[in-house]
Design a protein around this ligand. Sequence first.
Ligand SMILES: *Cc1c(COP(=O)(O)O)cnc(C)c1O
Length: 392
Amino acid sequence: MLAPRSDWTTWLAERAGDRRARGLWRTRRCHTSEGVLDFAGNDYLGLARDPRLAEAQAAGARRFGAGARASHLVSGHLEVHEALEERLAALTGRPAALLFSTGYMANLGTLQALCNGRTQVFQDRLNHASLLDGATLAGARSRRFHHRDLEDLERLLARAPAEALRLVVSDGVFSMDGDVADIAGLAATSERHGAWLMIDDAHGLGVLGSHGDGCVGRAHGIDRVPVLVGTLGKALGTGGAFVAGSRALIAHMIQFARPYVYTTAQPPGVAAATLEALDILAVEPERRTRLASLIRRFRAEAARLGLPLADSDTPIQPLVLGDSERVMRWAGRLSERGLLVGAIREPTVPRGQARLRITLSAAHTDADLDALLEALAALQADVDGGRDGVIP
Ligand SMILES: *Cc1c(COP(=O)(O)O)cnc(C)c1O
């Protein structure tokens, strides 16, 4: 007998009920641009709302159209995309780069193009969901090594069959923890086992490196890191992503990366705005200096308050509070004061490691940071006074 169509409704209700019962129901809030201080976003250099980017985007749209009209291989690959790819290759010190519309797609495309029957993928346990999904969707099994543990990686690599094509994959800056991968160590370990190394530098690009070229960038060439992914929706303030590497790699991606081939090219105005962001990155290093000083100040004062700081020197500053209800309560209290922080729970992070994900931006003023620290001090005082548990 056929299952009745109402089975679908029942199944949706069960899934929803289960998630609610576990206190993990996710909601969206519709944000207005006024009246909140954003300590949740990834606009590390404060470029997303820079009028010069908006102007460049409008000019790009006027010149090339609001949309690209087709995929890159049909008629959507425009001058502005080509120019952006050249600039991204130059920034990261690579021979070539390939533009994608999102980082999620860049990771799916790269893994799909590199996974064949012989590929074995080795991933840091805390890698971004798009890297894990990329291997799964490509039909490759990922062996996951302990976070930043080169010995564990070495052990797994040694076990792979001789004929395997080994691909080691790691976030550059870990998106929920803010710590940075040991690129040189990963590169040396990979090289010893004939593996390629792929780094997703979504949160390092624009922030780390002596030119804002990220935690890989010009310091680690394609011999060490053959596959580099960067995203443009974080520090660069626009949207999209790219893969950078040898000309042979990029040519291969254009042939075989289905998430590249079968999708409309990025709107040209976005590419034009990103070129503007790269110009600003090159001539305004003070944004990075400002960000670094905010990070130092936040860490010093948070340590003084006894807050559970993670070991991070990047603009991602998690406070690991443990249980998800507590995280929601703290985030709620901050929100009442107009302070927006990320409330991160399972399944995004492991159970018992729920956290406030606080991010800093060069656009924050000293007064903004004061407001955050004052609010955190008040919450911490509740904990010290034993009141944290009873606040609604
Ligand atoms: C944000 C992020 C992505 C996805 O990039 P989008 O452009 O937002 O799709 C990929 N990898 C990491 C590590 C990220 O933090």
